[in-house]
Design a protein around this ligand. Structure first.
Ligand code: FES
Length: 186
C-alpha cells in the first residue's frame, strides 16, 4: 500500500492550521527556506537541496501547541517535533522496553533542557521510517504514534518500532536547548 502523504514532508503544523512554520523557527539557517518550499521540490533539487538543507535550525517549542506536530526539513530529512499530550506521554512511559523490538526507554529519547530537566512533552525525531525511508504519518497505527503505510510499520508515541518490518526506532537527531524553549537541531 502506498500513500503520497507518507513520502512527502511539509513544513506545517498538522492540525490543519497551516501556520507558516517560519513563525516557529527562530534564527533558522538556509534549511528554513528549504523546509518552506516542501519536500518534493527539495527532493528534485539534487545537490542544491543538500546545500540548502545543511547547517542547523532553531525551533521555538513554545509555538507548538499540545497535540500538534511540526515538520521541517533539516539536512534533507524531515524532522518531527511533536508536543505530546499527557496521555501520549503516559503511554510511552508505560511500555516494558524489554518486550519491544528496539528496546529503549522513553526518557532515553529525550534531551535535557538548559536547567537539566527532561521535557517529555516534546519529542523530536527524524521523521523517516527505518525500513526503507518513507515518512510515516502521525497519530496513526496500532500504538497511537506513527504509521508507515509503505509496508505497514507501526511506531508508538515515543517513535519506537512496535510492529511491522522496520528494524529500529525512528532516530533522534542531534539537538540541544539553547534557551528555555528553543532547541537547535544540528
Ligand atoms: S518504508 Fe516504512 S514500512 Fe517500509
Amino acid at each position: 500500500m502506498s500513500d503520497s502523504s507518507a513520502t512527502h514532508a511539509t513544513a506545517e503544523l498538522e492540525d490543519g492550521s497551516k501556520r507558516d512554520f517560519i513563525f516557529l523557527a527562530t534564527g533558522a539557517t538556509a534549511a528554513a527556506g528549504a523546509a518552506a518550499i516542501g519536500w518534493p521540490l527539495v527532493a528534485q533539487m539534487g545537490k542544491a537541496a543538500d546545500t540548502l538543507a545543511a547547517g542547523s535550525i532553531e525551533i521555538d517549542l513554545s509555538k507548538v501547541a499540545q497535540g500538534q506536530q511540526l515538520k521541517m526539513l533539516w539536512r534533507g530529512k524531515p524532522i518531527f517535533v511533536r508536543h505530546r499530550t499527557p496521555a501520549e506521554i503516559a503511554e510511552a512511559e508505560s511500555v516494558n522496553v524489554a518486550d519491544i523490538p528496539d528496546p529503549q526507554a522513553d526518557e532515553e529519547r529525550l534531551v535535557a533542557d538548559i536547567n537539566g530537566n527532561l521535557r517529555p512533552e516534546f519529542l523530536v525525531m527524524v521523521g523517516v521510517c527505518t525500513h526503507f525511508g518513507c515518512v510515516p504519518v502521525g497519530e496513526a497505527g496500532d500504538f497511537d504514534g506513527w504509521y508507515c503505510p509503505c509496508h505497514g510499520s507501526h511506531y508508538d508515541t515515543s517513535g519506537r518500532i512496535r510492529k511491522g518490518p522496520a528494524p529500529t526506532n525512528m532516530a533522534i537527531p542531534p539537538y540541544s536547548f539553547v534557551s528555555e524553549n528553543v532547541i537547535k537541531v544540528g
